[in-house]
Design a protein around this ligand. Structure first.
Ligand code: AKG
Ligand code: FE2
Length: 250
């Protein structure tokens, strides 16, 4: 049976309170859940045999150093997640997460102990040819208390391009996005400071046709960009990445 290999990158203080075994168990359980949900989404779109095996996952522990001075300011600025799907384990006591609804209004997500929150990212929108929606969200400091959250991400494929499977493309659903490599897309979001899904325009088939450009637009937009940490842009000094773990089936 394969195991989940966990690559650690942790703040030293965490090891005092969380053991390696606990982290490994969490990673295994959340990996299974992430894959189950992704497969069910694919099944729901008639793609029962689509496999997300090998798509990288990671989870991150966020620590928000909220204080009386930071009330009403931004903990994490508006963004979409770049990957396929995210499972959020919110702080059970301290709220602050807000998601944007269809009308563009931010709605607060109140803490609900014992629950997990699932949201979809840019990769899901491209992969589903626009059927699944990426969700804009942010974190605002509501009260002067330290806030912790765990965000687990199913990212995009490493070797293959992000693209809608042929079954989701036909004459009434033309391909909305020119296929691209996930890492190129993440780098583009960072370098252009377009963290709320706008970077998808660089791969939009419609925009490319309008500008009578070809695939070159995505290549020009997405190549030769160096990789940096996307926490640099999204997080304020209030939010630190206390730990990050990458995991995959090995
Ligand atoms: O801390 C939260 O509730 C949200 C974190 C988040 O949106 C992210 O890490 O992408
Ligand atoms: Fe997020």
């Amino acid at each position: 049976m394969s195991t989940t290999e966990v690559v650690f990158n942790s703040h030293p203080f965490l090891f005092a309170i969380i053991t390696r075994e606990t982290i490994q168990m969490y990673a295994q359980a959340i990996h299974k859940l992430v894959m189950d949900i992704a497969c069910k989404l694919a099944q729901g779109m008639g793609l029962a045999s689509f496999s997300f095996e090998g798509w990288p996952c990671k989870f991150r522990i966020n620590k928000y150093n909220f204080s009386p001075k930071t009330v009403n300011s931004s903990g994490v600025q508006i963004h979409t997640d770049s990957g396929f799907l995210t499972i959020l384990q919110e702080d059970e006591n301290v709220g602050g997460l807000e998601v944007m609804d269809k009308s563009g209004t931010f709605v607060a997500v109140e803490p609900l102990p014992g629950t997990l929150l699932v949201n979809l990212g840019d990769t899901a929108k491209v992969w589903s040819n626009g059927r699944l929606c990426n969700v804009k969200h942010r974190v605002v400091c509501k009260e002067p208390r330290t806030r912790m959250s765990i965000a687990s991400f199913l990212l995009g494929p490493k070797e293959a391009k992000v693209e809608a499977p042929a079954e989701l493309v036909d004459s009434s659903h033309p391909r909305l996005y020119v296929p691209f490599f996930y890492l190129d897309y993440r780098n583009l979001r960072i370098s252009k400071e377009l963290q709320a899904g706008e970077a998808l325009d660089f791969s939009s088939s419609k925009k490319m046709n309008e500008s009578r450009s070809t695939e070159g637009l995505s290549v020009a937009g997405m190549s030769n960009l160096s990789m940096t940490s996307d926490s640099v842009l999204r997080c304020t000094s209030m939010c630190t990445r206390a730990a990050e773990y990458s995991f995959h089936k090995g």
